[in-house]
Design a protein around this ligand. Structure first.
Ligand SMILES: [Zn+2]
Length: 174
């Protein structure tokens, strides 16, 4: 090929790529953004991230072990210890847990790379159990804690209800 064509061809390719970048939204329209029910509510997500940073400063590392849970997953969990083998882990059927609406998380403390649910341990040795410290920090950010429930206590569980009962949430999503 004649050398004098190299520059014009490069310019032409550049123009095509450039116009593709500009018009790509017209060629492939982006999918409309919807609130994704498969995820945590955005405010819960950001409070969770803030909370993790706050406790990290106290020398405690949090690991989130559960967030959004689908109705089917919740029903599976409910069956455990009832119609399926295992221990009962929840009293909520599908649709009855704040997890089903992206408003709840379950956590563990990371202790030497291992997940720990030891609510008494004072890993950062400041005289207060780490679990109490992280729960206190979570409440400051608006979470309520499963350990405060009467009856069945769910120590790894935090939720943000925005003053909505499960019944109200079920109505909205049905
Ligand atoms: Zn939970």
């Amino acid at each position: 090929m004649n050398k004098k064509w190299i520059l014009p061809i490069c310019i032409a390719i550049g123009c095509i790529l450039f116009s593709f970048l500009i018009f790509k939204d017209n060629i492939f329209p982006p999918k409309p953004k919807k609130y994704n029910l498969q995820k945590l509510h955005p405010e819960v997500q950001s409070a969770m991230e803030q909370w993790m940073r706050n406790v990290e400063k106290k020398g405690i590392t949090i690991k989130i072990v559960e967030g959004f849970r689908s109705i089917e997953e919740q029903n599976e969990l409910y069956a455990q210890g009832r119609t399926k083998p295992g221990q009962k882990v929840t009293n909520a059927k599908g649709g009855q847990s704040y997890h089903n609406y992206g408003l709840a998380i379950d956590f563990a403390i990371l202790d030497k790379e291992q997940l720990s649910w030891d609510i008494k341990k004072d890993g950062n040795e400041n005289g207060v159990a780490d679990w109490d410290e992280v729960v206190r920090e979570a409440k400051k950010l608006g979470f309520s804690w499963g350990g405060d429930w009467k009856g069945f206590k769910d120590y790894p569980h935090l939720q943000m209800t925005f003053d909505q009962s499960i019944g109200e949430l079920q109505e909205v999503w049905e």
